[in-house]
Design a protein around this ligand. Structure first.
Ligand code: C2E
Ligand code: CA
Ligand code: CA
Length: 736
């Protein structure tokens, strides 16, 4: 027995549960508080107010050898686990699992045991966990079995109990059909109470059983490991094990004859039995060999389980990997096809600023945020979660719970570690409404997520309209082929509210296609930006803007023309070079043009943008922030870049006289911009009252239909000749 035990302990080290060994000068506390379950024989239990069990005696011995004293506190299992997590207990013996190893420090395992399904003899036989779908199953809350079952997609209805005894009682009282329990404790309780529950098949989930120590006490854990090793080495462990042998290995005692005959040595032994004294020694050898073989099998099965688990679950987060997630969902959809009782939702969730966090604070900070979010996701009882990498998670849950879940996760993140709270966006697709396979639903949920990001929304559900249309593909293929016909500029004048003169304008692209007609920029520009094709439009607009500005200046009508620049232009092209060469070609001055960028493109690659804008401002070319107020960034963030001007978005300006909230946003933006020395432009000014109010609020420049619509080149030059030199009079212009 001693040999097989030691062999077992050596094998358990293979599972990676051993701690690094070191000789430390650690002084253990006078008393160590061990927790445990009230009713978990033969390992620990309370009988007539007396604490008993193998764990209790082992803990006493281990503590004594290390120069301390074990004090025991038994209670409900979930409370015991929480108390260890919160440091109210020092040590609790339990089954090792990956999920638990993230919360506790484990010593080397000192026992090895498995789990099984139990039910009344009349129950339908099930031989594995897969057979429990749709059944009611009693489980000890926070037990190893609970952890395994709660992450299944096809999970049974769970009845959670405070210990193994109450789980058995739930089955006896008809509250549950089956119970999944650690077989050592379950069988001991069944024998003790003579209850007629049966094991429904072979045991499974063979695991190491070890001391778990509170995560904040690594020195205590190391000391405990050393003391445990000493207890094994000095033979004390074996003595204790022999004492509890009948309790710890009851199956071997009960099935002694069965295993004995089944080995094939029975006949041989029967003959040898005639030889008298040989009988006992050989019988013992056969028993030991049989036992060793069965343990080797159990260990191999367990190692295979570990490998399977490593293939299915992500090591950092403990969440399912994508292929396993997809497989599990497809299994679920397959077995719940008709009729659909509960509609489901796949939610893809993304930490928005993870790239920025990596660049600013490094990978470890980003990993902490991902792990923190994963730790909240893993606790969700009603969701099956997967980690797809780079801050993206997928969740499978009942339909309609996404926004409530967002609230819950935001506050859980903020509460658990305020320094780590982070923003996330999401997109959902519904089963069966949007598709019947996991692959298709994942694609739709990703489309909805991308749309949330583009529209700066927190969460959106998938709609067919989000898919790229035939026209979109048509447009992209026209630009890919090159030599696009019908692109031309229009110019929208801007009024300087301080001088009352027209001193600037914005160039806007127009596209008149022979087959598609006049295509609005809102349709084709986002497509070109997202497919990396915007460069050709930008280059053409830079060319037109410089040419027209030089032409006007030569007529003594100086006009600075703004050009819209996309994130792609800033990051992927050599913008500073393109602009400089165009200026040289037309003999332009830096003050002839300025560049309009959006907040989102500034935030997408801050370092690169800072470098490009730096080069441009050294050459005297200034930048303006377009659509201000609609992105994620703040004014204080933007002030880190060499920027001269803010364009307040037309969604705030258009209705500011009827919408006090928007008016106050406009006013406070003007005030803050002035403090930072920035010029403000209000766009989308459609009437004279708004124009007058903006002037009163201290806005510098206005752009909008009240001054002029975007005009083709000839009309724009005519407009400039008529208005640029003198003070612009709206009433006169409106009459005209
Ligand atoms: P944006 O840069 O915000 O341009 C201003 C848009 O507001 C223009 O629409 C203009 O016609 C419109 N607008 C001007 N005044 C008023 C007004 O008083 N009321 C209302 N309701 N609208 C007004 P447009 O020309 O359709 O351009 C739409 C968007 O397309 C632009 O928004 C810009 O994001 C993009 N875009 C246009 N031309 C270019 C370009 O050459 N390059 C790039 N990258 N984007 C461009
Ligand atoms: Ca613009
Ligand atoms: Ca704008």
């Amino acid at each position: 027995m001693a040999r097989s035990c030691q062999q077992l302990l050596v094998c358990l080290c293979f599972l990676g549960v051993c701690l690094p060994r070191s000789v430390s000068a650690y002084e253990p506390p006078a008393q160590i508080l061990f927790g445990g379950d009230l009713a978990y024989p033969p390992l620990e239990w309370l009988e007539k107010n007396q604490i008993k069990g193998f764990n209790i005696e082992l803990a006493r011995e281990v503590a004594r050898i290390g120069g301390s004293k074990a004090v025991h506190q038994l209670g409900n299992w979930p409370d015991t686990v929480h108390a260890l997590e919160q440091g109210r207990l020092d040590v609790v013996p339990m089954y090792y699992s990956l999920e638990r190893s993230r919360k506790f420090i484990f010593t080397q395992a000192y026992l090895y045991s498995s789990h099984a399904i139990y039910a009344l003899p009349s129950a339908m036989r099930v031989s594995s966990i897969d057979g429990l779908v749709d059944k009611t199953v009693a489980l000890e809350e926070e037990s190893f079995a609970h952890q395994q079952l709660r992450h299944l997609v096809n999970k049974p209805n769970l009845v959670l109990t405070s210990n193994t005894l109450t789980a058995i009682e739930a089955v006896l009282q008809g509250k549950a059909d089956y119970a999944v329990l650690a077989s050592l404790a379950a069988e001991s309780l069944l024998r003790q109470h003579e209850w007629k529950l049966e094991r429904m098949g072979p045991p499974f989930w063979s695991r190491g059983y070890a001391f778990a120590v509170n995560k904040n006490k690594p020195e205590l854990a190391e000391w405990l490991q050393d003391s445990l090793s000493a207890t094994i080495a000095n033979g004390q462990y074996q003595t204790l094990y022999q004492k509890w042998h009948n309790e710890l290995e009851p199956a071997q005692r009960n099935n002694r004859w069965l295993s004995f005959f089944s080995t094939g040595f029975a006949l041989l032994l029967a003959l040898l039995a005639l030889g008298g004294s040989w009988y006992w020694s050989l019988k013992r050898k056969v028993e030991m060999r049989t036992h060793e073989l069965s343990e080797a099998l159990v260990q191999r099965e367990s190692a295979e389980q570990e490998l399977r688990r490593a293939a299915q679950f992500d090591a950092q987060t403990g969440l399912a990997k994508l292929p396993y997630f997809i497989d599990q969902l497809d299994d679920y959809f397959h077995s719940h096809q008709q009729p659909v009782k509960q509609e489901k939702e796949i939610l893809v969730l993304k930490l928005v600023d993870l790239d920025v966090i990596v660049r600013t604070f490094g990978f470890s900070r980003a990993e902490m945020i991902v792990s923190a979010l994963a730790s909240h996701l893993i606790k969700l009882e009603d969701a099956f979660c997967s980690y797809l990498g780079r801050g993206v998670f997928a969740l499978f849950l009942n339909k309609g719970n996404a926004l409530a879940l967002f609230e819950h996760l935001s506050s859980a993140m903020a509460e658990s570690d305020p320094g780590l709270s982070s923003q996330f966006v999401g997109g959902s697709a519904y089963w069966p409404q949007h598709g019947r396979s996991a692959g298709k639903l994942m694609r739709h949920a990703e489309t909805a997520l991308a749309m949330s990001e583009v529209r700066h929304r927190r969460w959106l559900a998938y709609e067919a309209a989000m898919e790229p249309s035939r026209v979109d593909l048509d447009i992209i293929s026209i630009f890919i082929d090159g030599n696009v016909q019908g692109i031309f500029p229009v110019f929208q004048p801007q009024l300087d509210l301080r001088s009352g003169k027209i001193t600037s304008a914005e160039v806007l692209v127009r596209w008149q296609h022979p087959r598609l007609g006049l295509v609005p920029p809102n349709v084709f520009i986002p497509l070109l930006e997202n497919s990396g094709l915007i460069e050709q439009v930008t280059e053409q607009m830079i060319d037109e803007a410089v040419r027209v500005a030089v032409l006007l200046r030569k007529r003594y009508l100086p006009c600075c023309i703004s050009i819209n620049i996309a994130a792609y232009d800033l990051i992927e092209t050599n913008l500073a070079e393109i602009v400089s060469q165009t200026l040289v070609r037309y003999q332009g001055l830096p003050s002839d043009i300025k560049l309009e960028l959006t907040e989102t493109s500034v935030a997408s690659d801050p370092q690169r943008v800072q470098q490009v804008l730096g080069e441009l401002s050294e050459r005297g070319i200034y930048a303006s922030v377009d659509d201000f107020g609609t992105g994620y960034s703040s004014l204080s963030y933007l002030s880190l870049f060499p920027i001269r001007e803010l364009k307040i978005d037309r969604s705030f300006v258009g209705d500011m006289l009827d919408n006090p909230r928007n008016h106050s946003i406009v006013r406070s933006t003007i005030l803050m911009a002035r403090e930072l020395g920035l010029v403000t432009v209000a766009e989308g000014v459609e009437d004279d009252q708004t124009l007058q109010m903006l002037k009163k609020d201290g806005c510098d420049i206005a752009q909008g239909y009240v001054i002029a619509r975007p005009l083709p080149e000839a009309e724009f030059i005519e407009f400039m000749c008529a208005h640029a030199a003198q003070t612009f009079d709206i009433s006169q212009f409106m009459k005209g």
